[in-house]
Design a protein around this ligand. Structure first.
Ligand code: SF4
Ligand code: SF4
Length: 136
């Protein structure tokens, strides 16, 4: 069975420069799509990935990451938009790192693509009508 999950990887400083993620492809035949990356030398790194592959290999890949010292957090938070509150002001469009918001030029309304969201929470602070909500 093929699985696909969005996960957040936290790399402690001591392993931040090691080529760890490419081993997921080479050793476990997994595919990944990087949704967000912020890794800087001398600091903790953060990577948000969509990781997919056969369940057995996926589990082995996760075990490998854990053994190397990577802290894994599943993206269990779901960010949703309260359509009644959204005024389509557009304040969220440029702030979203994963481009989950898009202006429809025909209607001048802002579309929200939940499947692109990596639950960073930035739009929640930026939305003054409080239309963006996080559900656990
Ligand atoms: S900032 Fe809030 S109100 Fe404005 S378009 Fe985005 S979700 Fe809608
Ligand atoms: S929480 Fe908001 S700003 Fe962050 S990725 Fe999701 S939609 Fe974009």
């Amino acid at each position: 069975m093929v699985v696909s999950r969005r996960i957040v990887l936290h790399f402690p400083q001591r392993i931040v420069e090691r080529a760890i993620v490419c081993r997921l492809v080479k050793d476990f035949d997994l595919e990944f799509n990087i949704l967000k990356a912020s890794i800087t030398p001398e600091q903790e790194g953060l990577l948000v990935l969509e990781l997919s592959g056969e369940q057995v290999e996926y589990d082995k890949g996760i075990q490998f990451l854990t053994k190397t010292g990577v802290h894994i957090q599943s993206l269990s938070q779901d960010v949703v938009r309260n359509e009644e509150r959204c005024t389509h002001c557009g304040a969220c469009v440029t702030i979203c790192p994963s481009r989950a918001f898009e202006l429809d030029p025909a209607t001048r309304r802002i579309n929200f693509h939940n499947e692109k969201c990596v639950a960073c929470g930035l739009c929640i602070k930026a939305c003054s009508p409080r239309a963006m909500e996080v559900h656990f």
